[in-house]
Design a binder for this molecule. Sequence first.
Ligand code: 13P
Ligand code: SF4
Length: 338
Amino acid sequence: MAATATWERTDAGYTGVEPTADWAREVRRLADERDAVLLAHNYQLPEIQDVAHHTGDSLALSRIAANSSASTIVFCGVHFMAETAKILGPEKTVLIPDARAGCSLADSITADELRAWKAEHPGAVVVSYVNTTAEVKAETDICCTSSNAVDVVRSIPADRDVLFCPDQFLGAHVKRETGRENLHIWAGECHVHAGINGPELADRAAANPDADLFIHPECGCATSALYLAGEGIVAKERVKILSTGDMLTAAKETGARSVLVATEVGMLHQLRRAAPEIDFRAVNDRASCRYMKMITPAALLRCLREGADEVHVPADVADRARASVERMIAIGKPGGGE
Ligand code: 13P
Ligand code: SF4
């Protein structure tokens, strides 16, 4: 690939570079030159997932970042994920191909709002989803991801109040699983997952009566799925509430010939690779996260050529956030992708 390949910066991301075999070779060559490990979340574009050294869920990627001997981490995901890698490895250079890749869920609680909530519940243990800013993590006792949220809450003595933020649907899932009455839930949501709604799921399930349902706990339809199972409309054993990594494990184990998938559509690429014999269909094929999709082939090439965008977390914030992230990576089974 020409050393002068150019890209264009647009509001939707960097464009102008095709994901050819030359591009993939150049990306890997530049990564080697920088002593960089390329990490990609399951919601990334297929070509980004394929060129990365590791693709996985939030928990797996945090653990890989924490244990990597590479001096540079290139995080193909959204900003809070790259910040988490920087919190765990402050001595490392952490790059994100486009720093504008944010997260509507992380934006749904600020550190000031969390401080005010804590003041209303003195003595409560704060559990924050990893989809939060570093400042929110600095106010948190234990972080969690969707694959270990239930284990994290179970690790807290039953008599302690728990403040769970920011995702209300994941919070409702944890409350159902743990039966814990003293779990208080923040009313945040991810606009992509909240948009995968109950009526849509019910329609798709009725049209595909033999399909398994793989549902991410951030989805607005998670409660409806359990309702469908409770009413016998869908067989109970066909409804699985799973993190993105756990979906991959379930895909390899299910005997189903077709699966309806309720999460961001990038997940379908990994699922189809893991179990090509299964017909995977999105419950909502418009469920695409524009932030995740800002990590384009052009953005990744620019990142590796220019060493940008570098992620910084102020040392005092990182120091206060680190314990909560380290507790998260210590709890629960391996994340998908490890
Ligand atoms: P997991 O990979 O932990 O399932 O996270 C999903 C997500 O929405 C990340 O933004
Ligand atoms: Fe955030 Fe939702 Fe996008 Fe995940 S899918 S990065 S939670 S906005």
